[in-house]
Ligand binder design. Structure first.
Ligand code: 5GP
Length: 219
């Protein structure tokens, strides 16, 4: 079979609001399918305790992040919830050497930068099944402080408004199902045989749901 993508460091970008389950799906995909490798981002935020430097993230100081940025060491970087996050170019080199698909879990600003640099990147937007589920996921992650919760929900609403700039919008109802959908998309894209799916109705419904949840919190 001819591959449209291999040899070019094929990039699979997973973007979407925090709490959509991007990291879990990327990790499950990499564990299940050896064609994929996870892109380890650099960040200035601190480790959440169970996260390991060099496995989950490269945890850098502000100075080291800036030095790397000034040296042109990032494919993209962005400030998210007050911290810097970026994809080291080294991740692309590693994926290329291993001849694997690089799966990137990044925010929408970074995703836009990737798309402008790498036209062939497969852009996937992941949304939670509903605003209520997002709220529960954010709470269970320890984002309980009211102001931070409101900030993340508002960010989610803004991010979701950009979903229509992506090639695919997938709903994270079930992790294994999502992994299979991504495998299918990548296989068919690799053969140049797939086009995007229109989920604009689902996105509007999700945005309205966030408004209702925010109304409930702010009352
Ligand atoms: P968290 O701090 O919850 O791990 O991640 C916060 C947000 O930053 C998530 O939306 C995640 O996708 C995004 N993010 C993680 N790594 C990168 C990166 O390398 N670049 C960009 N632009 N965003 C990232």
């Amino acid at each position: 079979m001819t591959s449209r993508l291999l040899g070019k460091t094929p990039l699979i970008v997973l973007a979407g609001p925090s709490g959509a389950g991007k990291t879990s799906v990327a990790r499950r995909l990499v564990a299940k399918d050896e064609k994929f490798v996870f892109s380890i981002s650099a960040t200035t935020r601190c480790s959440r305790g169970n996260e390991i430097h060099g496995v989950d993230y490269l945890f850098l100081s502000q100075t080291d992040f800036r030095t790397m940025e000034e040296a042109g060491g990032f494919l993209e970087w962005a400030e998210v919830h007050g911290q810097k996050y970026g994809t080291p170019l080294e991740q692309l080199e590693t994926a290329s050497r291993l001849e694997k698909f690089l799966i990137m879990d990044i925010d929408v600003q970074g995703a836009a930068q990737v798309k402008s640099e790498v036209e062939d990147a497969i852009m996937i937007f992941v949304i939670p099944p509903s605003a209520k589920v997002l709220l529960e996921r954010l709470k269970s992650r320890g984002t309980e402080e009211r102001d931070r919760l409101i900030e993340r929900l508002r960010n989610a609403r803004e991010e979701v408004a950009q979903a229509n700039t992506f090639d695919y919008v997938l709903v994270n109802e079930d992790l294994d199902q999502l992994v299979s959908q991504i495998q299918k998309i990548v296989t068919l894209e690799d053969q140049g045989a797939l086009e995007g799916i229109d989920l604009s109705g689902k996105i509007r419904q999700f945005q309205t749901g966030i408004d209702e949840v925010l109304d409930g919190i702010l009352k």
